[in-house]
Ligand binder design. Structure first.
Ligand code: SF4
Length: 328
C-alpha cells in the first residue's frame, strides 16, 4: 500500500543578486534544490534517501512535510494531496507525520523539562482532553518505550547525553501514534554503540507501531541496515532507486558505485577498490547540462553533455538515470 507518493516535485529557492533584484526583481538566481523528483514510499517500510551533503535529500524530506514550499509537483499522503491541504487537514497530517532531527538539543526548549517537551504534542493535539494524571501516565509510558527512566521527566535537556537526547526526540515523535516519521541523520554525532541502540529502538518501534520511515542519511551502511527501499540523489535529482538489497548487490549508476566503493567494510575481502570522484559537486544554481553527474563521472560519453538521462526501470523496479543503461 502506498503511503507517500511524490510526483514531479520541484523545490527551487531564489537568491538575490544584489541591489537590482531587491528593488526590481531582476537577476534572481534559482537554486534547483529538488528538481523533478518522483517516488513512492510503501506503508510499514523504510525508505532511505542518500547522497552527499547538498544533494537535496533533506530539502526533499522537508518539502514532503511542507516545511518548505514546493515550487511545483504533487505530494500524496494516503491519497490526500498534501500541497492542497487547508490548515485543518494539515494539522491532521502533522499528527500523523512526525520528524526526528539530527540536532536534537536544538529542537528542545532548554527551559522546559523533558516531561513538558514530550507532553507538548499531546496538549496541542486537536480534541485532546487528557487530564493531568492521564498526561503524566502517557509521558511515563513514552519514556519507558524509549528505554528511559520515567524519573527523567523532571530533568532538563542539558542533563542528558547525545544518545538519550535522540531517544527523547523519538519519544516526542511517537507521542501521537504517527503513521509516518522522517528521521534526518538521526544518529549523527553519536558513537557507534549509542547509534546502534537508537537504530534498534527505532526498528522495534516500527514493528510494534507499524511506522513508515523516511530515512535521510549520508551513511550508506546505516541505510543498508535500516531501509527496505532507497533512492540515491545527486544535485537535486534521483539517479538510482529501488530495493536496497538490489542496489547494493547490482548498483548501476556510476555515482552509486563510487559512493558504495567508499563504504568501509569489516572484511578486507569485501572491501572494494575506492572510486575517487574528481572535483566538487557543481552549484545547484547552474547545474551542468545533460547529465548532472557528467563533470565527475569516470564513464562520461559525448551525449552525456547534451542529453539528460531519464530515470528508467532497468529491471524489477530497479531504476537508474544513466545513458549506459538506456538503449533508446
Ligand atoms: Fe556518467 Fe553519462 Fe551515465 Fe551520466 S549519463 S552517469 S555522465 S555515463
Amino acid at each position: 500500500m502506498d503511503l507517500i507518493k511524490v510526483n514531479n516535485l520541484k523545490t527551487y529557492f531564489y537568491q538575490n543578486k544584489g541591489f537590482l533584484s531587491k528593488f526590481f526583481g531582476e537577476g534572481l538566481k534559482t537554486v534547483h534544490a529538488v528538481d523533478d523528483v518522483s517516488l513512492t514510499i510503501q506503508k510499514g517500510r523504510t525508505f532511505g534517501l542518500v547522497g552527499e551533503s547538498g544533494c537535496g535529500k533533506s530539502t526533499l524530506g522537508n518539502t514532503i512535510f511542507r516545511l518548505v514550499k514546493a515550487t511545483s509537483g504533487e505530494i500524496f499522503f494516503l491519497d490526500k494531496d498534501v500541497l492542497k491541504m487547508n490548515s485543518a487537514n494539515l494539522m491532521g497530517f502533522r499528527q500523523n507525520a512526525q520528524l526526528i532531527f539530527q540536532d536534537q538539543y536544538g529542537c528542545m526548549n532548554p527551559r522546559m523539562t523533558v516531561g513538558q517537551i514530550i507532553a507538548e504534542p499531546l496538549l496541542m493535539k486537536a480534541h485532546g482532553d487528557l487530564d493531568n494524571d492521564e498526561l503524566f501516565d502517557e509521558v511515563e509510558r513514552l519514556l519507558l518505550a524509549v528505554n528511559l527512566d520515567p524519573d527523567s521527566a523532571v530533568k532538563f535537556p542539558n542533563e542528558f547525553s547525545g544518545g538519550q537526547a535522540r531517544r527523547i526526540g523519538v519519544a516526542r515523535a511517537i507521542a501521537l501514534n504517527p503513521t509516518f516519521i522522517m528521521a534526518d541523520e538521526p544518529t549523527s554525532g553519536l558513537d557507534i554503540s549509542t547509534a546502534a541502540t537508537v537504530l534498534n529502538l527505532m526498528q522495534d518501534l516500527q514493528d510494534e507501531m507499524d511506522i513508515t520511515y523516511l530515512w535521510v542519511s549520508h551513511n550508506l551502511n546505516q541505510v543498508k541496515y535500516m531501509s527496505d527501499d532507497m533512492a540515491v540523489m545527486y544535485l537535486g535529482k534521483i539517479v538510482e532507486m529501488g530495493k536496497t538489497k538490489d542496489i547494493f548487490s547490482q548498483m548501476a549508476h556510476p555515482y552509486t558505485k563510487a559512493l558504495i566503493s567508499a563504504v568501509p567494510q569489516i572484511s578486507a575481502e569485501k572491501q572494494q577498490e575506492t572510486i575517487f570522484l574528481e572535483g566538487e559537486i557543481p552549484s545547484p544554481i547552474n547545474p551542468p547540462s545533460g547529465c548532472r553527474f557528467r563533470t565527475r563521472c569516470p564513464m562520461v560519453m559525448k551525449k552525456c553533455k547534451t542529453l539528460e538521462p531519464p530515470l528508467i526501470d532497468i529491471g524489477a523496479g530497479h531504476y537508474c538515470a544513466c545513458h549506459l543503461h538506456n538503449n533508446n
